[in-house]
Design a protein around this ligand. Structure first.
Ligand code: NAP
Ligand code: GDD
Length: 373
């Protein structure tokens, strides 16, 4: 029987968790790399731990030895290199760390495969990004659009893209990049703009937060659902030849549009007033009468703290090649459905967090009063 053994770097991240589920359902033996840390960040994959075909190993993208040893031990047939310092704004504060993990890390994976003489049997997927288009030179962007990276993160990812291409041509390795446009979900990190908005909308609707501060509201993104995108990572490695693919929905929206829709699903209608740093999102109406006091209040404001030294403002992908050659449907989940899924999830999360915190407070009080011993 054909061995189907996947090694996923970045398994604890948004995409790593969905990809693990996807590959396990396809009958793969899945191995994931986790970093040693004093705090446990395995929340997204906690439900998979203990699954017979799911294995976790300690390694680090900054440590070639750990990668070489692990690749030798696991003998993967497919590697999905998802690990990265993936936050664009953070890359301005930690450019060297970002380069080490996001650029040289890719080289370390490639060399780990070669050192273990697996270059003819192991396929490699590299998590590349629409950030490569950066200060965009054409819209929409496809596989032929020139790159113009516009952050330390994008420059590091550009190295990753080219070293993958280089090893494909120099050593005939089956290694490819998926140039993925933004994809979001209820598992998205809380500092990325979409999740920051859906969590804040839920908190404001439940009286847990007064105002949401954002940066550039005019920024345009092509947002898809992460659960749909991990299928493409797999499809790219099943293609008959190693090639790079743009993965996107082909639909573009502003940050402002995302926020308006997210608040709508949280039961709050917004209107926008002012421009640039002075723009505000003001409540026009609410569905829940207990939120009547919010009408006329500013619940979204702009803060310079969330502006970037250089910002990518016009991402719009053309997924024609993925549609035609991989048979992938870029419209499986629409923008409207995505926002709704995320807000519904966060409304429940905020409510559950509230119940948990009330229970903790009650317990503390009962312990203090000796009611519970
Ligand atoms: P994410 O949630 O931020 O996950 C990043 C993962 O990388 C985490 O598991 C993290 O581990 C791991 N990691 C970071 N540094 C590491 C190191 N030194 N050694 C080992 N692991 C390390 O990112 P994501 O949204 O799932 O994205 C997955 C990949 O796709 C990333 O490479 C990202 O740059 C790329 N990408 C994402 C999008 C998007 O819209 N989501 C679009 C295009 C490309 P910890 O849990 O220990 O931090
Ligand atoms: N994070 C954040 N926070 N972004 C904001 C905010 C804010 O408060 N306000 C406005 N924005 C704008 C950013 O300036 C950017 O133009 C846009 O919202 C999206 O920001 P992020 O959600 O942080 O994502 P990103 O597009 O920079 O990067 C993500 O997508 C890339 C693919 O294009 C990450 O997942 C990258 O890893 C990925 O490569």
């Amino acid at each position: 029987m054909e061995r189907k053994v996947a090694l996923i770097t970045g398994v604890t991240g948004q995409d790593g968790s969905y990809l693990s589920e996807f590959l396990l359902a396809k009958g793969y033996e899945v191995h994931g790399i986790i970093r040693r840390s004093s705090v446990d960040y395995r929340e997204r994959i906690a439900h998979l731990e203990g699954t017979p075909n799911f294995h976790l190993h300690y390694a680090d993208m900054g440590d070639s030895m750990s990668l070489v040893k692990l690749v030798g031990k696991v003998q993967p047939t497919e590697i999905y290199n998802l690990a990265a310092q993936s936050h664009v704004q953070v890359s301005f504060d930690a450019p060297e760390f970002t380069a080490d993990v996001d650029a040289v890390g890719v080289l370390r994976i490639l060399e780990a495969v070669r050192t273990n003489h697996l270059e003819n049997s192991c396929k490699i997927y590299q998590a590349s990004t629409s950030e490569l288009y950066g200060k965009v030179e054409e819209v929409p962007q496809n596989e032929m659009t020139p790159f113009h990276p516009y952050s330390p993160y994008a420059v590091a990812k550009l190295y990753g893209f080219w070293i993958i291409k280089e090893y494909r041509e120099a050593y005939n390795m089956f290694c490819c990049s998926g140039i993925l446009f933004n994809h979001e979900s209820e598992r998205r990190g809380e500092t990325f703009v979409t999740r920051k908005i859906t969590l804040a909308a839920a908190r404001i609707a439940q009286g847990k937060q007064d105002c949401l501060y954002l940066g550039n509201l005019d920024s345009l993104r092509d947002w898809g659902y992460a659960k749909d995108y991990v299928e493409c990572m797999w499809l790219i490695l099943q293609h008959h030849t190693p090639e790079d693919f743009v993965i996107a929905t082909g639909v573009q929206h502003t940050v402002r549009e995302f926020a308006t829709l997210a608040f709508h699903h949280a039961g709050i209608e917004l209107r926008w007033e002012g421009e640039g740093i002075n723009e505000k999102g003001i409540v026009v109406s609410v569905t829940n009468p207990t939120n009547a006091h919010l009408v006329g209040k500013v619940v979204v404001a702009v803060s310079e703290a969330f502006y970037r030294p250089t910002d990518v403002v016009n991402l719009w992908g053309d997924p024609t090649k993925a549609k035609n050659e991989l048979g992938w449907n870029p419209q499986t989940t629409s923008f409207e459905q995505l926002v709704q899924i995320m807000v519904q999830h966060d409304m429940q999360k905020v409510a559950a967090d509230h119940v948990a915190s009330v229970m903790r407070t009650n317990l503390a009080e009962y312990l203090e009063k000796g009611i519970v011993k």
